[in-house]
Design a protein around this ligand. Structure first.
Ligand code: HEC
Length: 101
């Protein structure tokens, strides 16, 4: 019984977190250039998740890339920097992106 409650609690935490990352991406204007499934101006988030699946340092790299902007990993179009976003929020968005399947 205890295990069941713990599991349910864990599941609700995970889905809550996923929702927050998604909402933050929406609120931060990321979805103007990205969509989950199809390439827009930037790569689809599914492709990003696939590319970094076995990369242990992906999390840190992507947080920095989103804050500082940059180009070269997906083509020649640069992503503009997002210096005003809180690092913690960007971390939350990256957590969401990397768990998309
Ligand atoms: C003006 C369009 C634009 C906006 C707005 C934008 N992106 Fe991007 N994003 C891009 C482009 C273009 C690339 C590809 C850059 C490259 O080739 O390295 C990219 C790449 C990425 C990548 C992959 C980075 C890599 O090095 O593999 C992630 C993750 C990402 N964006 C997340 C976000 C998030 C989160 C936001 C919102 C805070 C956001 N983007 C807002 C255009 C945008």
């Amino acid at each position: 019984m205890k295990n069941l409650i713990f599991t349910l609690l864990l599941i609700s935490c995970i889905s809550l977190q996923a929702e927050t990352g998604k909402q933050l991406a929406q609120e931060s204007g990321c979805l103007a250039c990205h969509s989950v499934k199809t390439k827009v101006l930037g790569p689809s988030y599914i492709d990003v998740a696939k590319k970094y699946k076995s990369d242990k340092s992906a999390n840190k790299k992507l947080v920095n890339k989103i804050i500082n902007g940059g180009t070269g990993n997906w083509g020649n179009i640069p992503m503009p920097p997002h210096p005003k976003l809180k690092k913690q929020d960007v971390q939350e968005i990256v957590n969401w992106i990397l768990t998309i399947q």
